[in-house]
Design a protein around this ligand. Sequence first.
Ligand SMILES: [Zn+2]
Length: 99
Amino acid sequence: MDTCGKCNKPAASTSFTMLCIGCYERELHKDVVLKKKNAALTAENERLKERVAELESEDILDWEARIKTAPPRPSGKLRVKLRYVGRSKPSGEEGDDDA
Ligand SMILES: [Zn+2]
């Protein structure tokens, strides 16, 4: 009788390479898991590609773009007169050595 290529148990059927039922199912399970992971990665990859294309199209600079001259800002003269009203009092929040 043939034996499993992985665990040396007798191989029940020869549907795969020489494997026992347990190893065969494990291999199938691995295969399913890998396919799922692969599909997820492919989907993620597609999403990233789309996002990159989106960002690239947004980031293209139009070097020939005309920049309008800014509207003139209001201008004029201000006349002020400063009046001395004494030294401001310390806030007392820091460096309050005398208190
Ligand atoms: Zn086996």
